[in-house]
Design a protein. Structure first.
Length: 166
C-alpha cells in the first residue's frame, strides 16, 4: 500500500487467529426458546412439541436458529446500552488506525440442531484482517468468527461478522 502507514498496527495483526476473550457457555432453557419463537411469529411445531420434532427427523424439540445469539445476551439496564440501543462491545478490542467502523454483515452456517437443555459454548476469534484500497481511500475489512459447540463438542453453528474500518 505504498509508503503510507498501515491501518493495521503490528500488535493487532498478531491477533489474527487468536481468541478475543474467554469462551462463554449457556444452557438453553425450553421456555426461553419458545418465547423467542412466539415473538418471532414462528409457530413451527418442531419448536414446541417433541412428537412433531421427531416426526420431522429430530431427536426432540429444536430451538429456532435465530435464538442462538440471544441466548448469550444477558439482561442489562437501559443506561448500559449505547445510544442506538445495542450492547456495548465486550472482549478484547481490535485496535486499528481508523476513525470509523461500519457493520459489514454476517454469514451464519447452521451445522446441527440445538435442543432445549443443551449447553452451548461460544468461542470468538479474529479470523482475518485485510487492508484494501477503496475509491474513497484505504480501509480494513475485519472478520470475527464465533463457533458455537454443544456439550458433546459438536459444532452447531458458526457466524462470521464483518466490519469495515476507515
Amino acid at each position: 500500500m505504498g509508503d503510507r502507514m498501515s491501518l493495521i498496527p503490528e500488535e493487532t495483526r498478531a491477533l489474527v487467529g487468536q481468541p478475543l476473550g474467554e469462551a462463554a457457555a449457556v444452557e438453553i432453557h425450553p421456555a426461553d426458546a419458545e418465547r423467542f419463537a412466539y415473538a418471532a411469529g414462528d409457530t413451527n411445531p418442531i419448536y414446541f412439541d417433541d412428537a412433531a420434532a421427531r416426526a420431522a427427523g429430530y431427536r426432540g424439540r429444536v430451538v429456532p436458529p435465530g435464538f442462538l445469539v440471544w441466548a448469550f445476551e444477558a439482561p442489562r439496564p437501559l443506561e448500559t446500552l449505547r445510544k442506538d440501543g445495542l450492547p456495548r462491545a465486550s472482549g478484547q478490542p481490535i485496535r486499528l488506525h481508523a476513525k470509523r467502523v461500519l457493520y459489514g454483515g454476517e454469514d451464519w452456517d447452521y451445522l446441527a440442531p440445538i435442543h432445549p437443555g443443551d449447553t452451548i459454548t461460544a468461542e470468538t476469534r479474529l479470523a482475518s484482517l485485510e487492508e484494501k484500497a477503496g475509491s474513497s481511500g484505504p480501509f480494513v475489512l475485519s472478520t470475527v468468527e464465533t463457533t458455537y459447540t454443544n456439550q458433546h463438542g459438536e459444532a452447531v453453528a458458526v457466524v462470521r461478522a464483518k466490519r469495515i474500518a476507515r
